[in-house]
Design a protein. Sequence first.
Length: 193
Amino acid sequence: MNKVVLATHNPGKLAEFQKLLQDAPFTLEAYASDQEIIEETGTTYLENARLKAHFVARMTGMPALADDSGVEVDALDGLPGIHSARFVSSVSWINSREILLRIMSVPRAERTARMRAVLCLAWPDGHDLWSEGVVEGEIVGWPRGRFGFGIDPIFSVDGTRTLAEISAQEKNRLSHRFLATQSLLEKLRGSRL
């Protein structure tokens, strides 16, 4: 396995995964198709990651890596969860604004949340490996920072800085995607694939 196709059209996600997997036994390349990958009809992160990974592996004839990730806000009973990318819009800042509006009256101590990422590495023959990474944190009162993407401007791990206020290098040492990629690499090293 020399090359793996990342099942996304998101350039920010591709750049992040390329950095996270720079020591992997494969190189990561973009999925070179303009059409929608596949509708995410799963009811869990794993189901959605599997749908995307297996679809791209079949379409390209190469191993494919997909993730499904989201933020789970405790004050919203775990929403938006698997619907994070399309909570009320396909535009991330609109989704962030909606989260902030819904928890506006929630005290800071009760704005706990977690970011979860599930990865699936699928082969064209239909088998796969999967992993999960979770990082606990909180939703801040207002978007801050110019780095990152998605929910990063409103999510803080340390209660001080959002993920959009820290460097990519620092984020890549503590994010949910970092934890998921490390777990996946451990599984790869331990497998006989």
